[in-house]
Structures are given as C-alpha cells and as structure tokens.
Design a protein around this ligand. Structure first.
Ligand code: NDP
Length: 499
C-alpha cells in the first residue's frame, strides 16, 4: 500500500484519551485513491462502544477542568505549536490529502496553508475571547459576560475538504477550552489521522482531542444521539444535517450546521469578459465541482450570454483532467465511483429536462484514466429555474446557465434557491455591485472575485445552508457559553417585603 511508510499514518486506529487504540470489534476499512482505485491504506473502524469510550474520555477530561482552566493564552500556544508542526509536515499532508480525495496537489497545498492559517488566527483571539464588561448604571455592580467552553463537542466533517473543514472546528474548540471527539468522513479520514498525530505530538493533554473513524450511520449516529455531547458541529449534506438536528432536539443539544449550497454567479454585461470567464470556470470546476460554495449556477446578461457560453465551453473542453498527484493535471477525479454515478445521473436528468449540453457530459476518453472516477467539466445552456439541475446540489463538475434582462431579474434568480451559502457578482459598476451584494440572501458574496475567504471572516449559510457560523469571532462563539455574572460589591437592604 502506497501510504504504508508514511510516518504520520503509523497509527491508523482510534485516538482515545491520549492513546492510539484498535477498534474494539476489530473493524477495518480500506481507503482507496480515486485516481485509480488502488487501496492506499487500511484504517480502523469504530463501533458504538468505541464511540462511547471516546465521548467518556472527552467528558472526563472536561469535568477534570484542567484544559478549560488553562489560561486561554496558553491554549493559544498549543494552537501555534500545532500550526508549526503542520508547516513542518506540509508536503506529506498535502500528498496524503491528494491521494485520499483526488484533488490536485496544488489544491491540497492551498488547503494545508489555510489549515495552518486557521490555527494561527484562533491563537490571536486568546486575549479577546474571555470577558466583556457591561455598564449597569450602578457603579457598585461589577457586571460582566464571561465566555466559557460549551463542553464536549462532536465534530463531524465531510470528504471534500477533510482537513480544512475539521480544522475550522478543532482550532476554535481548542481555544475555547472544549474537549472533543472528531469524526472525519469514512471516505477520506487520512489527513485527520495525520492532524491528530500532530496534536498528540504538540502535547495537548489526554482526553481533550479524541478521534473515532467509521461510517456516518454507526459512528456519526452514535455521536449525535448521546446526551453526553454538548455541541454537535457538523459539515455535510442537508439530508444528514436534518437527521442530526432531529437527534439533537431529543436532548436539546446545541447544533452548528454547515450544509450545502447552490451558488449563483451573476455576470453583468459590463463585466470584463476574460476575467469573468476565467472566474466562472475556476468557481465551478475547482476540485471537480465538489465544493459547497462552487458557483454552479451561472446567471448571465442576455446581451453577452451567447459569446460568454461559447467561450466557457471552449475553455472547459481544454481543462486537463488527470490524477491529482500529476502536476500537469488541472483537476482530479471525483472522490468515488458513487459520487461519479450521482453526477452522471444529474447529467442524464439535465438532458431529460431539456437543457442544452454544450461541454462535457461524459467520462474522459483517455484509456489511462479508465480506472479512476473521472468526469469531464460539463456545461448546460438554456436552463431555467424550474429544472432540478438548477435547484439541487449536484456536487460535481456541472454548470447550468440562465439568462437575465434586468438587475431585478438577476437578483430574483440569485435568491431563487432554498440554500444561501455563497454568491458571486461580476460588474464594472461598483455601485450596482454593492447594491446587488446587499440584496442577495447568501452567507458570503464575492464581488469581482470568487471562492476566497479568510479565517477572520465568518463563514456559513442562510436558509437550508445551515445554522451558525464558522471562522471569525462568531466561529469561536459557537464553542462558548456566555455567562452573565452580576456582582454587587455593596449590597444594601432593598426592602421589597419589609412589611
Ligand atoms: P454527508 O452529509 O453524507 O456526510 C458528512 C459527514 O456526516 C460525514 O462524516 C459522514 O460520515 C457523516 N454522516 C453521515 N450520516 C450520518 C448520520 N446519520 N449521523 C451523523 N453523521 C453522519 O456529506 P458528504 O460527506 O457527502 O459531504 C458533502 C456535503 O457537505 C455537500 O452537501 C456539501 O455542500 C457539504 N459541505 C458543506 C460545507 C460548508 O461549509 N457549508 C463545506 C463542505 C461540504 P461518512 O462519510 O463516514 O458516512
């Protein structure tokens, strides 16, 4: 197996209470490279009892209070140490991520740099995060709101950005003083195993971070039905998010849900043509479209639409699809054969709904790619809002094109979604750009850019894209309870019931 010698993956078991342990029932799972379907690693797979042990370890570490009582500035030192270790192992982790997910090495390197940035960013919030004074109007009263860790957190991440999404949870949870059980997707667990190995190396106390691996139906479900968890932070699909919200309601467990998106990219007639074509292509086809914020729904002004779509189709046909590990590939395979089958079903649906296929719509012909889960960048023209391919998250390399005549119509189409994660606008008119940005009901709006984010700005969705925010100070607040302490330093008799 290709990752047998990888030092960061020496232990591929579960990490519970500061020790690498084997899954109790001996369950294992083969992890494959979607570029050619070869087995790259075998990892342990937990069962209910393993999850119970991991949650118990997190619970007793939280109850012992050592981590939550550690000053926030010291917890921040651990985050910096983890960031340093990630930096030292940047190339190894990028390779693991590429072999596991199929994304190109260049994308994996960007992911790892973003992961490092998240740990460093949250380290800077240590001093600001703990206490806020409140003026009650009474000088004798010392009133303050203190931020305390929420407790034991279940952290569940998807397969498309395994390490990135997990780091958006682990970094703020650690800074807040929480303890946690992390569950990566069974499809792509390896980079999280590597991260936990580095967290161990950084000396984070036993029981603070625990790792369980295994499928959603067993491990995820066990983690989200126990009353021993205080917060479930989940990133994944809307259907799973709904199940988790239902489970959480049983014990009034707090949930933070980062779900999917069907993200409009609106191109006005005055947008600079080449930059806009380039941004639309990158926005939708990066990581073969397996991106929650992918700009999968092009809404383009009717006066430029024909030329725009023709140029998009021309350039899409030239995108070099190949193994992520090959530096000449511009996009890799889909994560699995199941994911490709889902994409193929959506392409068949688009055709049956009457959309016009102008690019892709099939697997690559190159026999060298026959064993991987590849699919060509695909564009459907002449789409309209009632089509399922326009409304549903296809989570693959599929762009739909709709045309508009007026600004109001563009806004109406941009908001015509049950989701609300992200949107893009291209225009040369900054006043119009700002106006449209304010009118769109999405958690992130890019004006003359697409796909960028910073750890300092909150990320999350309106509508069915989720509940709560990650990143920024808001992303830290998810892991905190806010307690108001009203301290009267000079109490006097009030006499309400003196008689
Ligand atoms: P899923 O919802 O299938 O899975 C997400 C995670 O939940 C995985 O770890 C999965 O485990 C686990 N899971 C599955 N079933 C359950 C369950 N019953 N109880 C608890 N946990 C469960 O999503 P995908 O992995 O397919 O990820 C793609 C989705 O994630 C897309 O909809 C995408 O838009 C969204 N996403 C959102 C982001 C955002 O920031 N808003 C960012 C990235 C992705 P396992 O895989 O092991 O079965």
């Amino acid at each position: 197996m290709i990752l047998d010698e990888e030092p960061l993956l020496r232990s591929r078991g579960l990490y519970i209470d500061g020790h690498w342990v084997r899954a109790g029932a001996g369950g294992t799972r083969e992890i494959t490279d979607p570029a050619d379907d070869t087995v790259i690693a075998v990892v342990d797979e937990a069962d209910h009892d393993d999850v119970r042990s991991a949650v118990a370890a997190a619970r007793s570490a939280f109850a012992a209070g050592r981590w939550s009582a550690t000053p926030a500035t010291e917890r921040a030192d651990y985050l910096v140490r983890i960031a340093d270790l990630l930096e030292q192992n940047r190339d190894a982790i990028a390779r693991i991520e590429t072999l596991d997910t199929g994304k190109t090495l260049r994308e994996s390197h960007i992911d790892i740099d973003d992961v490092i940035a998240v740990f460093r960013y949250y380290a800077t919030l240590a001093e600001a995060s703990t206490e806020r004074r409140v003026d009650t109007g009474n000088p004798a009263v010392l009133s303050r709101v203190v931020a305390e860790p929420i407790g034991v957190c279940a952290l569940i991440a998807p397969w498309n950005y395994p390490l990135l999404q997990m780091s958006w949870k682990i970094a703020p949870a650690l800074l807040a003083g929480c303890t946690m059980v992390a569950k990566p997707s069974e499809v792509t667990p390896l980079s999280t195993v590597a991260l936990v190995a580095l967290i161990d190396r950084a000396g984070v106390p036993a029981g603070v971070v625990n790792l369980v691996q295994g499928g959603g139906e067993v491990v995820g479900s066990a983690l989200t039905t126990t009353p021993e968890v205080d917060l479930i932070s989940f990133t994944g699909g809307a259907a799973t998010g709904t199940k988790i919200a239902r489970n959480a309601a049983e014990h009034i467990t707090k949930v933070a849900l980062e779900l999917g998106g069907k993200n409009p990219h609106i191109v006005f007639a005055d947008a600079e043509f080449d930059t806009a074509v380039d941004a639309v292509l990158t926005g939708v086809f990066l990581h073969s479209g397996q991106v929650c914020s992918a700009g999968t729904r092009l809404i383009v002004h009717e006066s430029v639409a024909d030329d725009f779509v023709a140029e998009l189709a021309r350039r899409a046909a030239r995108i070099r699809v190949g193994p992520g590990i090959d530096p000449s590939s511009r996009t890799g395979p889909l994560v699995s054969r199941q994911q490709r089958a889902k994409v193929e079903a959506y392409v068949a649906l688009g055709i049956s709904e009457g959309a016009t296929l102008v690019a892709g719509g099939k697997r690559p012909a190159d026999p060298a790619l026959a064993h991987g889960s590849y699919y060509l960048p695909t564009i459907f023209d002449n789409c309209h809002r009632d089509m399922r391919i326009v409304q549903e998250e296809t989570f693959g390399p599929i762009l739909t094109v709709e045309r508009f005549a007026t600004e109001d119509a563009a806004i109406a189409l941009g908001n015509d979604t049950a989701y609300g994660l992200a949107a893009g606008i291209r225009t040369a008119d900054p006043v119009r750009g700002e106006r449209v940005a304010r009118a769109l009901r999405h958690g992130t709006v890019w004006l003359n850019d697409f796909g960028y984010y910073t750890p300092a700005a909150e990320w999350g969705g309106f509508g069915r894209s989720g509940i709560g925010r990650e990143l920024g100070p808001g992303g830290l607040a998810e892991y905190q309870e806010h307690k108001h302490i009203w301290h009267n330093t000079a109490p006097t008799v009030e006499g309400w019931f003196a008689d």
